[in-house]
Design a protein. Sequence first.
Length: 534
Amino acid sequence: MTSAPLFLHRKLLAFVHQELAAPVTAVGDLAAVLLRRAHTDGPEAFVPDAERIVTASAQLQRLIEQAADARALDGLDDDDDFTAFSARLRHDLRTPINAIKGYGEILSEDARDGGHESLTIELTRLLHAADELLAAIGALAKFGNGAAAATTISRGELLPSELVKSVRDSIRLVSASSPDARTAEASSRILVVDDAAANRDLLVRRLARDGHRVEAVDGGRAALARVVQEDFDLLLLDLVMPEMNGFEVLSRLKTNAHLRHIPVIMISALDEIDSIAHCIEAGAEDYLPKPFNPILLDARINASLERKRWRDRELAFTRQLQAEKEVSEALLLNILPKTIVERMRQGETVIADRVPEVTILFSDLVGFTPLANRFSPGRTVDLLNQLFSEFDHLASELGLEKIKTIGDAYMVAGGLPEQRSDHAVAVAEMALRMSQVVSETGARVGEPLSMRIGIHSGDVVAGVIGRHKFTYDVWGDTVNTASRLESYGLPSQIHLSAETYRRINHAFRCHSRGPVEIAGKGAMQTYFLAERRN
């Protein structure tokens, strides 16, 4: 062993004997006094926690005895070895101290609330001794990483107590200014993950007192299984655990799309900056060293839960916006064709097209006005709704565009907004099916319903008009002619122009009506659509 490691070897043994052994003994003695006081002066309910403090004190004593044994340092040959040994020892010592401080603080609160003055005094002494010991343990970090240069370690360097007191007072001030904070967290569900039973018990009891619903598991695999099966608002995750450590659990959570939203606070007696930095980089919300200050614990848990609530609200708001957007889009698509909506989204402000090949259909129920006078308003609307809903279904099935309804008239177009070569054939098929729907509906409601239909093919102008209520409409001579063919048609007949006849004659049987004098058009050769050819 070289001179520097030998020097560190001696300094570390001396530090354990001089700076740690006495505080550990003091903590053990005070724990024993506390247990006696709990038996004689306190309620019986205090005894189990006092016994847990005594057990943790005995564990501390064993750890110090092992560390003070010179054989424990055999094999430490360089600075890195002493750094690792120091880190491990600090971690191991903090676990029982966490139990002592945790149970001590719970008992102190209960004793103070219950007026047990003698127990309160003993607990104050015990917690003060535990803080002194914790400060001394923190000084172990000076061994390794060039510790040979540190020939003395003064108590003044161990813990700036006035600074800590100032911070604690500030936290209490913030806590007191937010009286509703704990109430707001009452519904939060927290999962505690720690392999030490005492730590789990302390955290569960501490958090349950603050109104949280707390579950606890003893390892990483159990934690992953629980978060998959149940919803939690926060995880308190120990870093150093057997089988699967906290960093591995954190990494799995944050790489899972369904679990990464759960905030995680790491808790560990391992106080190395690198460990803290790695956890934060991996997605941890925060990091708490053991033993944890209960006020700081509450503050960080509340802060993490508040951030989660804001994220949840933001997510819910985003989902609501998406749902409203989908509803708005569905309503818009009920008014305008999909391709027209896409053009408007891309910034087109004027939608107007000349479409060279379109077929227009007009239909009108024969004798509907007298029928509506006999029917109640509800029955009238119900009848029209049955018919037009069926027509809408047919238009959608055949790839046609419903233009509008006017009273009992229904208008549909083929070949727009997207052009198609079989527009006239599709509209003729629609007309035959519409006639069948009218006949079947009349039989169902017990009324002799009939419809006139007029169809013409040619070019049109199509576009969107209106500001508050958009309308996709068509204009031109083709539209006017189709409307006139419907007006000059016969009940239960589909009246075609020659232009439409030429486009569908190969697929449908038609009968010539002969020249018909049509207002504004003169004599026109027209046809009646009969049926589809086999």
